[in-house]
Write a protein that binds this ligand. Sequence first.
Ligand code: SAM
Length: 152
Amino acid sequence: MLDLAAGGGRHTRLARDRGYRLTALDRDASDLAGLVDVEVVQHDLEAGAPFPLKEHRFDGIVVTNYLWRPLLPLLPDLLAPSGVLLYETFARGNERFGKPSNPDFLLVPGELLDIARPRLRVLAYEDVEISEPRRACVQRIAAVREGEPAPG
Ligand SMILES: C[S@@+](CC[C@H](N)C(=O)[O-])C[C@H]1O[C@@H](n2cnc3c(N)ncnc32)[C@H](O)[C@@H]1O
């Protein structure tokens, strides 16, 4: 699995402890460095360098609380057949509750669905206001890359 913009690695740890092999990427890898059995990739996604894992295919990708729009079209390509994308981050409307309030960091309605279509099958999608751990507007999606039909 790939944990993108992994931060302190809370999802990396969770998945690793359930037996998955993890790659955790962040521009600041200081909180990830000590993680056992995790491949840590220090990389600034926004600096214009090629994405370092472009040739990799993952059975799962998790992205939470991070948005860099140029990355979005790449995500389906990074999934192996039957691989699952789990993505949750702040959405438009969140500016009423505080940060992030910059539109660059807020999904517009349906934006996570647009990543999935047409290549991923959407298992679940929400565009909701939550109250825990604090009030916020988020979108979240679970989507799977279905096996590609055999050529011919
Ligand atoms: C709000 S934290 C979320 C961390 C983790 N996904 C979570 O939910 O616990 C955002 C993360 O994005 C990372 N980040 C911000 N800009 C980045 C960039 N340009 N390239 C890679 N990671 C970046 C930060 O270092 C931080 O760890």
